[in-house]
Design a protein around this ligand. Sequence first.
Ligand SMILES: C[S@@+](CC[C@H](N)C(=O)[O-])C[C@H]1O[C@@H](n2cnc3c(N)ncnc32)[C@H](O)[C@@H]1O
Length: 320
Amino acid sequence: VDVMAGIETYNELEIHRVMVEDRHRCNVYRKALSDGISPGDVVLDVGAGSGILSMFAARAGAKRVYAVEWATVARFARKLVRSNDPEGRIRIIHADVTRVTPRERVDLIVSEWLGGVGIDENYLRPLLVARDRWLKPNGRILPERVTTLMAPVWDGALHNELEFWRASPYGLDLRQIGARTTHEIFWTRNQLTTRALMAPAQPLWTIDLHRCSQRAATKGFDAERRFTITKGGRLSALGTWFAADFGRGLSLTNAPGAPENHWGPVSLPLNDTIRVERGTPVAVRLRCTPADPGFCRFRWSARVGGRKWEHHDTYQGYTF
Ligand SMILES: C[S@@+](CC[C@H](N)C(=O)[O-])C[C@H]1O[C@@H](n2cnc3c(N)ncnc32)[C@H](O)[C@@H]1O
C-alpha cells in the first residue's frame, strides 16, 4: 500500500465534491451541529477537507472554529470559507492534526473520519490524539459512537466479477486476478439492498469516541459472530457497514436500505458462491488493524455450514 495514498486522494477536489454532494451525510452533520452548538462555543473540525463542517458549525453559532486539514485541499477550503464566513470565525490550519499545538480548549469536536466499515480509513487515532489535547473535560464529540455491523449477503455484482476472471476471458488464464480479488474489500461499487441480506445483521463492535483510548484505536478491532441463515439462496459475501450515533436520536448509516449516500455497504468476498438453506450456520471473524495511512488491514474468516474455514487478508490483495 502506498503510504501517501490517503493524503493524495484527499488532495484532489473530486473526493470532496463527492462528500459535499452527499446530502444525507451533510444534512445529518448539519443538524447535529445546529442542535449541538450553543452560541459562544469553540469548535475543532478534525480533517476539515473542503471546510464544509466548519462552515456548518459557524452558521450554527460557534464563536470560533479551528479547521485542521493536512491535504492541500486546505488551501481551497480557505477560499471557500472566505465567501461563507464574513465574520472570520473559521481558522484553517493546514497541518497534521497530531502535530498541532492547541490554540485553546474546545467545547466540541466534529469529524467525519468514516470509511465504509467505519474504522477503515485509519483516522481514528489522530482524532483521539486531538481529543486528548483539545477537548474541554465536559466537551462533546460528533459523532459520539460508531458501530460496525455485518450480515451474510448475496452480492450479485461481486459474484459476476469473480465469474469473469474464472471464465478464461480473451482465452487467457486470469484466475490469479480473481483469487486476489477475494482478498480485497469492495466499497460503494455494489449497492446492496435489504433483499441481499440472508440473516439479520449483527453489531461487531462499537467505538465510543469519548471513551476509546488511543491504545485501543492502535490495536484495532476483532469480533467473532455466528449467524443462522434465515433466507436460503446463494451466499457470496459478508456485507458490512457502520452506524454513527450523534445523540439526540440522530444517526448516519450506510446500511442496506439507508437513504442514498456516497459509501454504500461494503462487501467482503467469499472464495465461492455457496448455496445455503434456511438454518445453515455461518461463523465469521473480522479483524481490522490500522496499517499505513489511508487503509486499515482487514482479515476475515468464514465457515459456512460444515465446510472448512476460509481466510482472507487485504495484505494479500495489495502486495505483489
Ligand atoms: C472523510 S474526509 C472528510 C472531509 C470533510 N470534513 C467533510 O466532511 O467533507 C477526512 C479528511 O481528514 C483529513 N485527515 C486525515 N487525517 C488527518 C490528519 N492526521 N490531520 C489532518 N487532516 C487529516 C483527510 O485529508 C480528509 O480530507
